[in-house]
Design a protein around this ligand. Sequence first.
Ligand code: TRP
Length: 74
Amino acid sequence: MKDQSDFIMIKALEDGVNVIGLTRGSDTKFHHAEKLDQGEVMIAQFTDHTSAIKIRGNASIVTSFGEIESENPR
Ligand code: TRP
């Protein structure tokens, strides 16, 4: 069981932000994509199935390691 520090918070700063879950294990694949519109928030955990999370688009991200913003280059 994972502890609560594995939660991350993602707030979309524009429409169409993608939150993509990548699989845990020997091959790393996308397993889930969630689209957030501006102002929408997703609170997610790393789990037995999810070892990495990729975020595309402008978003504010808070984790136990700190806060960061993802940026849309276009
Ligand atoms: N069913 C997925 C899982 O348990 C759901 C999930 C958890 C997820 N964290 C995520 C999906 C982060 C996308 C991004 O692993």
